[in-house]
Design a protein around this ligand. Structure first.
Ligand code: SAM
Length: 218
């Protein structure tokens, strides 16, 4: 069993969240240090994903499920926009605040379903490898919450599967769910405009076979 952290709010008390808030989440963070090589790979990926926004770059950016902040560090290489992080794991939040890439008051305890920010308060809201860890029953509420907070853009970079499927992950049976996340966003919010999409192939990018979609709110 993993341990829950004392005194942390539990707005999202799912089995998946218990894992990420506890030892499982801590161990993930310790395995995924930010190295110069990873930073370079992610910076290249972000330049590609935001390429279409040249001239209308987001003025504020929120990562939901930021972990230790590899994406936020990479974004800092290409934009001076204020950055926000929502992260359920307290060790990760401490790391994010200590690093200074995200101002401490913009490092928030929360989940995709519970974001302590006002409506339309951040230009770009994104996930990377996070929607895959949300139980399918909770995806609609999670998308709704991220949509609420976004002023303009939504991006998700996740593992793709044509049909929804559950994949064993680190010996756990209910922690990784693949699907067509782009279609999920478009079905729930038909007014979203697809700006760009793509695939980072592990063989040549060192990223984890991520499919990404960039949307603009209508
Ligand atoms: C696989 S890691 C990905 C981290 C980071 N986005 C990256 O690309 O390196 C998943 C992260 O999302 C967090 N997480 C898991 N479920 C979440 C949820 N429902 N809402 C927000 N964050 C979540 C975990 O604590 C963990 O830090």
């Amino acid at each position: 069993m993993t341990s829950h952290e004392p005194n942390s709010p539990a707005p999202d008390a799912t089995a998946q969240m218990a894992f990420w808030r506890g030892d499982f989440g801590r161990e993930y963070a310790l395995r995924n240090e930010i190295t110069p090589e990873r930073l370079q790979t992610h910076t290249r990926a972000w330049a590609r994903m935001l390429n279409v926004l040249t001239g209308s770059m987001p003025s504020t950016i929120l990562e939901v499920g930021a972990n230790v902040g590899i994406n936020l560090h990479a974004l800092r290489q290409i934009t001076s926009a204020p950055l926000y992080a929502v992260e359920p794991n307290s060790l990760c939040r401490q790391r994010l605040a200590a690093d200074g890439i995200v101002a401490a008051e913009r490092v928030l305890d929360g989940t995709a379903r519970a974001i302590a920010l006002p409506d339309a308060s951040v230009d770009l809201v994104f996930t990377c490898g996070v929607m895959i860890h949300i139980h399918p029953d909770h995806l609609p509420a999670s998308c709704q919450e991220m949509y609420r907070v976004s002023r303009r853009y939504i991006l998700c970079a996740e593992y793709f599967s044509d049909k929804p499927e559950t994949i064993p992950y680190r010996n756990q049976q209910d922690l990784l769910f693949k699907r067509d996340f782009g279609a999920l966003w478009m079905e729930q919010f038909p007014q979203l405009r697809l700006l760009d999409y793509g695939f980072f192939w592990k063989q040549v990018t060192d990223l984890d076979n991520l499919t990404w979609w960039l949307f603009e709110k209508g």
